[in-house]
Design a protein around this ligand. Structure first.
Ligand code: FMN
Length: 161
């Protein structure tokens, strides 16, 4: 049994259930899991870390960026899985580039895998651009729960292997 932190950053709430799905899958495999918003997460004392963010204009949410700084300082050797969520519509299956600042941190971290998951954008999203995107038919829900659970299952396999 491993102690696992699943920490995530969101603006409109769509990434939260993705993190929860990962957490449920891992706890279903017998692991002890904390699922926390990145601003509340402290990465010390875990056997594995899963960190993810919603993508906005190619960028990760600021609390996740700060959390990655804490990972670097306090838990650089803890096995780490990274995901982000965003693409919609025709591009929903396409892996998105991870932010450049992450590449420089990754040399000092134990990154095991990365994943891109489809995102969600609906009329509840805040912001002018978000509303325009929804109005022009660029919204929708592209979250693939099976793909998310499958990826979390691979994490469980790695923890048990
Ligand atoms: C203004 C804006 C910019 C976005 N930029 C990107 C982007 O660069 N790449 C991407 O894959 N998705 C992008 N998206 C889609 C969001 O990442 C997607 O809606 C995501 O699921 C939002 O997560 P959240 O609900 O947890 O905040 C953007 C959405 C908005 C509203």
């Amino acid at each position: 049994m491993a102690r696992v932190l699943v920490a995530y950053g969101t603006k409109n709430g769509g990434t939260t259930p993705i993190a929860e799905k990962i957490g449920e899958t891992l706890s279903g495999r017998g692991h002890e899991v904390d699922v926390l918003e990145a601003g509340k997460a402290r990465p010390g004392g875990y056997d594995a870390l899963v960190v993810g963010s919603a993508i906005y204009a190619g960028m990760w949410r600021r609390p996740v960026k700060r959390l990655m700084g804490r990972v670097l300082r306090t838990a650089p050797d803890t096995p780490l899985w990274l995901f982000h969520s965003g693409p919609l519509g025709d591009t929903a299956d396409e892996p998105q580039p991870f932010p450049k600042w992450l590449a420089s941190l990754e040399e000092h971290l134990d990154v095991r895998d990365r994943a891109t998951f489809g995102g969600v954008l609906d009329e509840h999203a805040t912001g002018f651009i978000a509303r325009k995107m929804v109005q022009s038919g660029k919204g929708g829900d592209a979250r693939d729960w099976e793909a998310i659970a499958a990826w979390a299952g691979e994490i469980a396999d790695a923890l048990e292997g």
